[in-house]
Design a protein around this ligand. Structure first.
Ligand code: PLP
Length: 425
């Protein structure tokens, strides 16, 4: 850039010849795009997808964090998107299209239920919700000729029911159906759905993966289990030749056909791109995931046991407590801990719950989870406000139920805060 150039030209271009150095931390490539080296490279990029051209299609920061998250979940590839909700939408749309049917656990995040009922139904994707998720026959009975996916949460939001992934995936395999597991509550540190037979795992990276409660993000991770001979009949979009007779996605990507379709078609066409800055922050968080989740789980086990013995508390739905119906299964599939999000139900119903929410000091009243801060929410009047009392009861949400996400403060301070909030109930 020379002094001969005008002011406006200099303000745009001066200083953009960045010095190169190798940073130890993942650099934040906060840019819409990447200049092409040559006419030929642009053509090569657009025809093969090699290299980086435009951040919606690929970005080195996002790519680095995707490789980290794929490695943590033991997957072949990961796709980062803008939120956990976008991850669920992308995962489902990579296996289902108009006229298809999915079977979903009734014990799921209300935002996912809304996605199926309020939105995907309009696109011609129908959903059957199943309640008794521990029974293989329940899943088998729900299968229709057009069923393409089973969906569930590793540890359910809110009552901590567990998905027996080996059991449900074995039914899915019988039919060539994809099993999608939302592993947000358990994280890759506590549960290993892809190794147990799940096909796609999703996380709301806004929660434990980033850990600080500062950004939203979501990730889809593929186990690489797609088998064209077994699964192709229910996934014609993965085995059909391209628009101009090119090889099918399954021919190009093999076992990773689902994530390839998710990346090349669903996310690049719908555009739920994550900001490279948010991807960076998720990558930073993921670097300390095991340390945090160990501490979260240990603190939650202590707080849950204390609450279980409190006279104002009717029940505690924490899968780490021996009284939980899935405790035994948890010992088998969650050997490193039971996470830190659970519900308690108070004898005093809604007014007792309101009193606790209004009395806490250390604990924050907020709709989020997996944060360094301990959070509390009254599901019946917030996340589940649009459900009927019967629908809420079926998923373990009653008038006196509070959801807690235990953070990383001193456990003694969390218990003391609950003690003063529960006093006199
Ligand atoms: N899945 C689960 C289990 C959740 O709890 C949430 C949000 O609370 C989501 C998905 C959606 O994630 P996000 O808020 O990042 O869109």
């Amino acid at each position: 850039m020379s002094d001969q150039h005008g002011f406006s030209t200099r303000q745009v271009h001066a200083g953009s010849d960045v010095a190169t150095a190798t940073p130890r931390a993942v650099p934040i490539h906060l840019t819409a795009g990447f200049p092409f080296d040559s006419f030929a490279q642009a053509e090569h990029h657009f025809s093969t997808g090699a290299g980086f051209g435009y951040t919606r299609i690929g970005n080195p920061t996002i790519d680095a964090v995707e490789r980290k998250l794929a490695a943590l979940d033991g997957g072949t590839q990961a796709l980062l998107v803008s939120s956990g909700q976008a991850a669920m939408s992308t995962a489902v749309l990579s296996v289902a299209g108009a006229g298809d049917h999915v079977v979903c656990s009734d014990h799921i995040y209300e935002g996912s239920r809304g996605l199926f009922l309020d939105f995907l139904a309009r696109l011609g994707i129908s959903t059957t919700f199943v309640s008794d998720i521990r029974d293989a026959q329940t899943w088998r009975d729900a299968v229709q000729p057009n069923t393409v996916a089973f969906i569930g949460e590793s540890i359910s939001n809110a009552a901590n029911l567990l998905l027996d992934v080996p059991l449900v995936s074995s039914v899915a395999r019988e039919y060539g159906i994809a099993l999608i597991v939302d592993s947000t509550f358990s994280t890759p540190y506590l549960s290993r759905p892809l190794e147990e037979g799940a096909d796609l795992v999703i996380h709301s990276a806004s929660k434990f993966l980033s850990g600080q409660g500062s950004v939203l993000g979501g990730v889809v991770v593929d186990g690489g289990h797609f088998d064209a001979a077994r699964d192709g009949a229910r996934s014609p979009h993965l085995v059909a030749a391209g628009r101009h007779g090119e090889p099918s996605i399954a021919e190009r990507a093999g076992g990773s056909a689902r994530i390839t379709y998710a990346r090349e078609v669903v996310s690049s066409r719908l555009g739920p791109t994550i900001s490279p800055l948010n991807a960076f922050l998720i990558g930073q968080g993921a670097e300390t995931l095991s340390v945090r989740v160990r501490a979260h789980s240990a603190a939650a086990a202590e707080v849950a046991a204390w609450l279980d013995a409190h006279p104002a508390v009717e029940r505690v739905d924490y899968v780490g407590l021996p009284s939980h119906p899935d405790y035994e299964l948890g010992q088998r599939i969650l050997p490193r801990g039971a996470g830190s999000v659970f519900t308690i139900t108070l004898h005093g119903g809604r007014s007792a719950a309101e009193h606790v929410v209004n009395s806490v000091g250390v604990i924050t009243h907020m709709t989020h989870l997996g944060d360094v801060r301990t959070l509390v929410l009254h599901p019946a009047t917030t996340s589940h406000v649009h459900s009927t009392a019967e629908e809420r009861a079926a998923v373990g949400v009653f008038d006196g139920t509070l959801r807690l996400s235990i953070g990383l403060e001193e456990v003694g301070d969390i218990i003391a805060d609950l003690e003063q909030a529960l006093a006199g109930l």
